[in-house]
Design a protein around this ligand. Structure first.
Ligand code: M7G
Length: 329
């Protein structure tokens, strides 16, 4: 589907948040110019009469994050790329030569993700930053290795969490309806399975789907008890069945996990290809481990400490400074 009103054509560059030559992506912060219809108020008497006529378009800048990513070369387009591209020689030495290949436009896509309007949190999420491992116990959060300060968990999670309107839109069929791969509508054990927006669905090596649960009362791994085992086993078995049916990827080639801490506080599971180097391994908990841990101990995730990475500006820096203060005897 071609986008007629491209937000990126009005993009005013502010700064690069992060770029990675190996992953061939770049995260950019900027301003997008949007048109708004604003009413001119001429006082009560005229307002009603002229409201329609005086509604004029006004331009307004909104913050946006744009992510550009070169997509993998696909096997099914190889012969077309090699036969219908122009090659420009860069260097030749013995049996070795390198070229600049100018592929036809339709084989030269850049996957583009736009977050607009972007909040400060969106911008911070994509900004390259120093990251620290922290260990969260039931009551406190302390850095690894342990030093002497405590940090309220609920403060931390509230501070980190994102608005989850996009999740509700999927569950209520207001967005991404045509992308749903499988749904189990049961209000307690059901879920919606669909491609993660990181996956362009063009090749299976980087297969990435998410299973979003219908229940809205389970925010994260911390909330899980043995009461949720039917939900977890349902996601495990129906999720892998659906992926095998739809994509022919067998369960032994799949990784199923959830993140702690997640970016979005609504329980969801990641299904990725084993061949894909998915981001976030340091916060991943395998679904099969979670099931076994809860089978052995219903309060496992309430009681145990959990280690996860925290970014410098997510409240860690201040706490670290506290911890580093010389101790008074
Ligand atoms: P998470 O564990 O809460 O956060 O997973 P993290 O992986 O970002 O730390 C949320 C997952 O949902 C991520 O893999 C996102 O790429 C994916 N995601 C985020 N948004 C806003 C969307 C969306 O609008 N649609 C889809 N399909 N996936 C999304």
């Amino acid at each position: 589907e071609l986008s007629s009103d491209s937000p990126v054509s009005y993009f005013e560059f502010t700064r690069i948040l992060r770029d990675c030559a190996r992953e061939k992506n770049i995260f950019i912060h900027g301003k997008v110019r949007v048109q708004e219809r604003a009413e001119i108020t001429l006082g009560n008497h005229y307002h009603v009469l002229f409201a329609e006529l005086c509604s004029i378009p006004q331009e307004k800048d909104q913050d946006a994050v744009v992510i550009l990513e070169k997509t993998p070369v696909r096997q099914d387009t190889l012969s077309e790329i090699l036969m219908s591209s122009q090659l420009k020689l860069e260097m030749k030495n013995d049996v070795y030569s390198t070229y600049q290949l100018q592929a036809p436009a339709h084989l030269n896509e850049i996957k583009t993700t736009v977050v607009c309007p972007a909040t400060e949190k969106h911008v911070k999420k994509d900004l390259h930053q120093e990251v620290f491992l922290v260990e969260e116990s039931g009551l406190s959060i302390v850095p690894v290795p342990c030093v002497s300060f405590s940090y309220e968990v609920h403060n931390c999670t509230a501070h980190l969490s994102f608005w989850i309107q996009w999740v509700h839109n999927i569950l209520e069929k207001k967005a991404e309806v045509d992308r749903i791969v499988f749904e189990n509508p049961d209000p307690d054990t059901g879920f919606v399975l669909l491609p993660d927006f990181k996956w362009d669905q063009k090749q299976l090596q980087d297969l990435y789907l998410i299973a979003i649960v219908h229940r809205r009362d389970v925010k994260s791994l911390r909330d899980l008890t043995s009461e949720h085992l039917p939900l977890l086993t349902n996601i495990h078995s129906k999720g892998e069945d659906a992926i095998q049916r739809q994509y022919g990827v067998p369960p032994r080639k799949l990784c199923m996990y959830l993140h702690y801490q997640p970016s979005y506080y609504h329980l969801q599971f990641h299904f990725t290809s084993l061949e894909y180097d998915a981001p976030g391994v340091e916060s991943a908990h395998l679904l099969s481990d979670v099931i076994q841990n809860l089978q052995a101990d219903s309060s496992y995730y309430h009681n145990r400490s959990l280690v996860f990475p925290l970014r410098a500006d997510d409240g860690f820096q201040g706490s670290k400074r506290e911890a580093e203060k010389p101790k008074t005897p």
